[in-house]
Ligand binder design. Sequence first.
Ligand code: IPE
Ligand code: IPE
Ligand code: MG
Length: 277
Amino acid sequence: MERNVFSRLLSGIRRLLKQRAGAPGEQHVGDMADDVDSLKEKVSQGKLPVHVGIIMDGNGRWAKRRGLPRLSGHAAGGRKAEEIVKFAQDVGIKHITLYVFSTENWRRPKDEVDGLMNLLVDMFEKRFDDLVNYGAKIRIIGRRDRLPHNVLRAIMNVEERTRTNSRISVNLAIDYGGRDEIKRAFQRLAKKAALGEISPDDIGEEDISSHLDTSGVPDPDLIIRTGGEKRISNFLIWQSAYAELVVTPVLWPDFSRQDLLMAISEYQQRDRRFGSV
Ligand code: IPE
Ligand code: IPE
Ligand code: MG
């Protein structure tokens, strides 16, 4: 009898804890201050990835689970990006590349694309002020010829305002596709060859790297994908030749500081052989 009351009490507490964690069916609990501090301590004693790339996926599903429009998922994702960049800087990451909008994302409904572009302008004009003061050097990678004028203006402004910052370099991939980036690098190299500035036979891997949008940034050591899909979706395909991949089912707006530390910790346990033994 007593056992029965006890187990009902226990399951009631479990139910309450689950409800506090987020939307129905969601198990993810986010940050626990103590866990974050101890994990951060542990991670900081190991070898940190110099460059972390993040495929921030799952905004739409996050919103859908809450019965909200997809755009509110993107807004939550934008706030999350700011939080994670600051925390990455705090942990000691030197370069971070965030996949914001792919060359394929233009296929989405016009309302969503327009909404995303407006969110970007909003973020650059208001929310990123903090990052500017924080010492983040922001650089946009991707095509610039298809972006709306107000986005382009905001991008150029934020790049200019953060040009001399050096605490962390933040690459934002907007209208970015790895194949498109390689194609543009090839075009530039081919033009130089046609002008006789370089000989085709002398083109090395370093020349290709230095003609990409990420020129000067070391290749990513770690690529994190949220939202559970096990694919690269045209992100840094040349640069990620030897990156370690960590896929988490956590949807991007729920991604916590603890999740970042856990991904880095997983990276630290990998044996990076680079083809050797
Ligand atoms: C990623 O979230 C953000 C962008 C691609 C702009 P999604 O919008 O792809 O979210 P899901 O995958 O539909 O949940
Ligand atoms: C990848 O997410 C692009 C970004 C996170 C910006 P997608 O949602 O577009 O990727 P797929 O379509 O599932 O491969
Ligand atoms: Mg997606």
